[in-house]
Design a binder for this molecule. Structure first.
Ligand code: KIV
Length: 278
């Protein structure tokens, strides 16, 4: 099977088939999520937090995204690969946006790129799409604007904010975006936007009426049980199991239980001369 294209994903909306998306940041995890059958893999700039240990996404660079993009790409056979354009890689001008998107395709092996923002990002979307690079847009809580939004808050709650979000979504669709991530918006608004658009909406904290869902893989698998936003459902709680596994290793190395003879290589039996080890 070949990797899903933007057209395949548009068709999924037309066929009322829900789209599944998760993040991944490296080859090993990419192989796992691909084998699990997800439709889309996002190399999100959330890697600033879950990989780099930063408080937000703002210090992630285009080099970081290209590096993680190509690591993930090598692990995918079926899923479509979207890579985030990081903060300040597309806001300056449409030309800068296209150059950055081009780098993510050439060096990050992206099939599509994602960027944040409504009306202010329309020119960038148009320029990137005009060069033949598919674009995923992102509205609602847009983490690259965390300082303007004043924190990690639900967006589009009032009537005016809801109308603005709907207009932004329509403008991004007109500009050529083939999908739209909706992050932390009321479920009713996400349902209204999803019904108004021909392109699929992919929700995170945006209710069940989006055309698809996305979660950060580290959250889905429970790598950090201290992180519990309302929108998150953990499908595993791996943090204690992983700590336990490493603790067992530490203990067994200290006591000499590991490695056993079965984990070791031995000299060949035979004539008294030294066996070749290569
Ligand atoms: O960076 C990211 O992982 C994202 C998703 C949460 C949608 O943008």
């Amino acid at each position: 099977m070949s990797k899903k294209s933007a057209l395949d994903l548009l068709k999924m909306k037309a066929d009322s088939t829900r789209i599944t998306m998760v993040t991944a940041y490296d080859y090993s995890m990419a192989k796992i999520v691909d084998a699990a059958g997800v439709d889309m893999v996002l190399v999100g700039d959330s890697l600033g937090m879950v990989i780099q240990g930063m408080p937000d996404t703002l210090s992630v660079t285009l080099d970081d995204m290209a590096y993680h993009g190509r690591c993930v790409a090598r692990g995918l056979e079926n899923a479509h690969l979207t890579v985030d354009l990081p903060f300040m890689s597309y806001q300056i001008s449409p030309e800068q946006a296209l150059q950055s998107a081009g780098r993510l395709v050439q060096q990050g092996k992206a099939q599509s790129v994602k960027l944040e923002g409504g009306a202010r990002s329309v020119a960038a979307v148009e320029r990137i799409v005009s060069a033949g690079i598919p674009v995923v847009a992102h509205l609602g809580l847009t983490p690259q604007s965390v300082h303007t939004l004043g924190g990690w808050k639900v967006q589009g709650r009032g009537a005016q904010a809801a109308e603005q979000l709907l207009q932004d979504a329509l403008a991004l669709q007109d500009a050529g975006a083939f999908a739209l991530v909706l992050e932390m918006v009321p479920a009713e608004l996400a349902a209204q936007v999803s019904a108004a658009l021909e392109i699929p909406t992919i929700g995170i904290g945006a209710g069940v009426h989006c055309d698809g869902q996305v979660l950060v893989i580290n959250d889905l698998l429970g790598f950090d049980l201290g992180f519990s936003p309302r929108f998150l459902k953990r499908y595993a709680e791996l943090q204690p199991q992983m700590v336990q596994a490493v603790q067992s290793y530490v203990e067994e190395v200290r006591t000499g239980e590991f490695p056993t003879s079965a984990h070791s290589f031995h000299r060949r039996r035979g004539p008294a001369k030294l066996a070749k080890v290569y």
